[in-house]
Design a binder for this molecule. Structure first.
Ligand code: FAD
Length: 498
């Protein structure tokens, strides 16, 4: 409540925030979690909590009046539609050179993501987090994160026959015929539930076009894992539809005054509250944490933050493309929205490509891919006093690096198969979706803006514990690494600061 004093306040309820809250609470520390998005536990008039990816409504988007789907066109026709402005679950946040997709709600990105839970190869870890002890991460913290998240693997025998993964089997065939390493990708989706969906014995979610705007069933989001455990301690309180706007040192005292706007579902501020916290954990995601810190430093609220604040931001090299298959390679009318496989050409070509679904319900003869690439481009957040907003210096043209790396896979497959790229999926005859990322990383990089465990330089009791710590790339999908790093850092913080 307004005016409260709390030992620990966590901004955001995504991976970093959920780990921090659970481990603090287990150590006996009461935790207040502040989340700008809604709690997603109540079905709408259609009986569903979340809309399908093919029919987004107001629940799908964070305060937009028109949808902004990553696959924006189909057979050349634009598919975005008008919706009511609402505090929906997916934010398509637009900066000058890139749209950054992020989850909004209790559970953060875990509500909207595909659940792909990938531990990077240890040999590549030094390129991800050079200051972090890799041996300790792989012995202790990656296993802890995988267990806590409920990561599982697809039954390889079932995969061979499941209708919903025909698109992935076609993807494998094409990858292998071109000599690429193909691999299953673990996921937090309940694979037994998916088997039952395919068998027709349970209510479908992944097999009913749900992903990106949420899954009613099957996916173990943080709500079912870390956050459930955190709430079960009895020491954690979550305030949804509350947005942190300021964190300021208590004048002449200790701790921080946190200013919070309470929102309604139209996004209007209906009340402003302050809470005093001894410790504040920034877990608002790479963009959310960076925006707060950059503004608070530039406007003199937290002037002692160092010059690394806002730097080291990257897009994890995300780029999408589609290929047009021959008529003898149908990808299936029924497609699981949960990708289960990838093509690994990282060492030779700098790309790891997920074989992605196109769950339209009709045969498309299309193969869709999301590539993660080894781009070295890094952007910076900065405060713009004339607009009162935080800008990001990313340039769309930088994606050419990622396109070139992804082409090391798909040019070869197209040449081997005698196929071409689809030009009807992203508007304007574009082959490459080069305007977005799902994987924002960096902006308050570990061992630069913070110490080697996320303690912000300049202020005792302020911590970063989310994707902002990771400098721009994880070589694979990021949330397992974000979770494992948070587990490592909170261990050190509990041992030394609490
Ligand atoms: P987040 O999970 O983004 O959580 C931050 C939270 O803070 C949010 O809930 C936000 O609403 C809240 N917040 C922000 N600002 C404030 C504020 N000022 N006050 C209060 N609350 C605030 N990754 C994978 O590894 N595998 C995948 O399959 C995958 N698929 C994805 C698909 C989509 C469509 C998207 C968008 C992302 C996907 N990702 C995937 C990425 C993954 O979800 C993110 O990397 C991850 O969620 C980041 O975790 P985080 O803890 O840094 O922050």
């Amino acid at each position: 409540g307004n005016g409260a004093q709390v030992p620990a306040l966590v901004i955001g309820t995504g991976y970093g925030g959920a780990v921090a809250a659970l481990r603090l609470a287990q150590a006996g520390v009461p935790v207040e979690m502040i989340e700008m998005g809604m709690t997603w536990d109540t079905p709408g008039s259609d009986g569903k909590i979340f809309p399908k990816v093919t029919s987004p409504d107001k629940r799908a988007y964070w305060l937009r009046t028109k949808t902004k789907a990553p696959v924006s066109n189909f057979f050349g026709f634009p598919i975005d539609s008008n919706i009511e402005r609402y505090t929906g679950v997916l934010d398509a946040e637009e900066f000058a050179g890139i749209t950054v997709y992020q989850g909004r709600g209790v559970g953060g990105g875990s509500l909207v993501n595909g659940g792909m839970a990938v531990t990077p190869k240890q040999s590549r870890f030094a390129s991800i987090l050079p200051s972090v002890d890799a041996a300790e991460m792989y012995a202790t913290y990656y296993p802890r994160a995988n267990a806590g998240l409920g990561v599982g693997s697809i039954d390889p025998t079932w995969f061979e026959s499941a209708a919903c993964y025909q698109y992935a089997r076609v993807g494998r065939k094409h990858a292998q015929r071109s000599g690429f390493a193909w691999t299953f990708v673990p996921d937090v989706y309940d694979w037994n539930y998916m088997k039952a969906e395919q068998a027709g014995t349970v209510t479908r979610s992944a097999l009913d076009g749900q992903v990106m705007y949420g899954n009613d069933h099957g996916k173990k989001s943080l709500v079912q894992t870390y956050l459930a455990q955190a709430l079960a301690t009895g020491r954690v309180n979550v305030s949804p539809l509350h947005k942190v706007t300021s964190v300021a040192p208590v004048p002449g005292g200790s701790g921080y005054t946190v200013t919070i706007d309470q929102l309604n579902t139209s996004g209007d501020t209906v009340a402003t509250k302050t809470v005093t916290a001894a410790k504040v954990f920034f877990a608002a995601g790479s963009v959310g944490t960076s925006k707060l810190l950059v503004r608070l430093k530039a406007t003199g609220v937290l002037p002692n933050l160092n010059a690394e604040i806002g730097k080291g931001w990257g897009d994890n090299g995300n780029v999408m493309c589609g290929r047009a298959n021959h008529m003898w390679d149908p990808t299936g009318e029924l497609q699981s929205t949960i990708p289960c496989s990838g093509i690994d050409n990282w060492d030779a070509g700098g790309a790891f490509a997920e074989v992605a679904p196109l769950p339209t319900g009709i045969e498309t003869y299309a193969s869709l891919y999301l590539s993660i690439t080894r781009t070295t481009r890094r952007a910076e957040f900065s405060w713009n006093p004339s607009t009162g907003k935080v800008d990001l210096s990313w340039q769309t043209a930088w994606k050419q690096d990622s396109i070139n790396m992804a082409k090391t896979i798909f040019d070869k497959i197209n040449s081997k198969e005698g196929t071409i790229y689809r030009t009807d999926l992203f508007g304007g005859y574009k082959i490459w979706q080069d305007g977005l990322t799902y994987h924002p990383l960096g902006g308050a990089v570990i061992n630069k803006a913070t110490d080697n465990y996320g303690r912000l330089h300049g202020y005792d009791g302020l911590y970063v514990i989310d994707g902002a710590l990771i400098p721009g790339n994880t070589t694979v999908n990021p949330f397992v690494t974000i979770t494992a790093l948070a587990e490592r850092n909170i261990d050190n913080i509990l041992a030394n600061d609490v």
